[in-house]
Design a protein around this ligand. Structure first.
Ligand code: MN
Length: 258
C-alpha cells in the first residue's frame, strides 16, 4: 500500500522543507495564570514536586508529580469550559473529535496596533482587510491573533490596572463574524485568555468564550512564536490532555510550516 501524502510529509520533515514550529510557552512555577475578581475562586499556578531523582527514592529513575489549573500556560479551551457550551456531548477534552485537533491556521499580525493600544480590539473590517490580501479564512480553520504579547515581561503581559487587565482581543462583532460568517474551528491568541482584558464590560461579556464555545468551537491561549508562522498555509496540531470531563488543559501546540 502506498500513501504518497504521508510519505511526502515524512520526506519533507526530514529535509526541512516542512518545519515544526513550537507555539508553546515554558510551564513552570513562574508561568502566569489569569487572576479573577476576588469574589471568585482562583486558579492555582503550576507546581512540581520530585518523586525521585536517581536517589534512595528511585536509584535509577527520575520523575515528578505536578499540579495546575486546567487553564495554565499555553492551553486549550474546550467548549465545555463555558456555560454556553456546557451541553455539547463532544465538548470536553476527552470527547472532542480527534480530527478537530489538526487544522489549518490563519495568522493576523496586529503587533503594531497592540503596541500602540493594549486594549486593541480586532474587528471584522480588519479581518476582511487581511483576507483581501491573503485569502478567505476557510471553514474549520483557526484564526490566530499575533499581538506580540508573548514577548512582554510577566507584568506587562498581565498588564493589570485598578480597572482590570488591559490586553488585546477580538471585539464582539469580530467573534460573531468568525463564528457565523467564517465557521472557524476556534480562535487563538498570545494573551493569557482568548478575550480582551476589558471584555467583562462587553455585551455579551467575554465574547470569545460566550460565542465561540456556545457554537462548539475552541480557544487557544498563551501561544508564542506566532510571528514565525506565515499568514496562511500552516497546520496546527492541538491535542489537549484526555482529561475526562476536562474543560481544557495545558498542551504542546505545534505548527507545521512549509
Ligand atoms: Mn482558558
Amino acid at each position: 500500500m502506498t500513501n504518497t501524502t504521508l510519505d511526502n510529509l515524512i520526506t519533507d520533515l526530514a529535509s526541512g522543507t516542512v518545519q515544526v514550529v513550537d507555539l508553546t510557552v515554558n510551564l513552570d512555577e513562574n508561568t502566569p495564570v489569569i487572576g479573577l475578581p476576588e469574589e471568585f475562586k482562583q486558579s492555582p499556578t503550576f507546581k512540581m514536586e520530585k518523586i525521585s531523582h536517581f536517589d534512595d527514592a528511585g536509584p535509577a529513575w527520575y520523575w515528578n508529580k505536578f499540579s495546575c489549573g486546567e487553564h495554565t500556560g499555553t492551553h486549550f479551551d474546550a467548549p465545555g469550559h463555558w456555560v454556553t457550551g456546557k451541553d455539547y456531548s463532544d465538548g470536553c477534552t476527552d470527547t472532542i473529535k480527534p480530527q478537530d485537533l489538526v487544522a489549518p491556521a490563519n495568522v493576523i499580525d496586529v503587533t503594531k496596533e497592540c503596541a500602540e493600544n493594549p486594549d486593541y480590539l480586532l474587528t471584522p473590517e480588519k479581518v476582511q482587510e487581511w483576507e483581501a490580501e491573503h485569502g478567505k479564512i476557510e471553514k474549520d480553520s483557526w484564526l490566530l491573533m499575533n499581538s506580540g504579547w508573548s514577548k512582554r515581561s510577566v507584568e506587562d503581559f498581565l498588564n493589570y490596572a485598578e480597572d482590570g487587565p488591559h490586553t488585546p482581543g477580538p471585539s464582539v462583532e469580530c467573534v460573531k463574524f468568525l463564528v457565523e460568517e467564517r465557521d472557524v474551528i476556534g480562535f487563538g491568541t498570545e494573551t493569557i485568555g482568548t478575550d480582551a482584558g476589558q471584555a467583562f464590560l462587553f455585551d455579551p461579556q467575554f465574547p470569545s468564550h460566550h460565542l465561540m464555545h456556545g457554537a462548539n468551537k475552541f480557544g487557544l491561549a498563551s501561544l508564542t512564536n506566532l510571528d514565525k508562522l506565515p499568514p496562511k498555509g500552516s497546520v496546527l496540531i492541538t491535542p489537549p490532555l484526555k482529561i475526562v470531563n476536562g474543560s481544557g488543559s495545558p498542551l504542546r501546540v505545534l505548527a507545521l510550516v512549509s
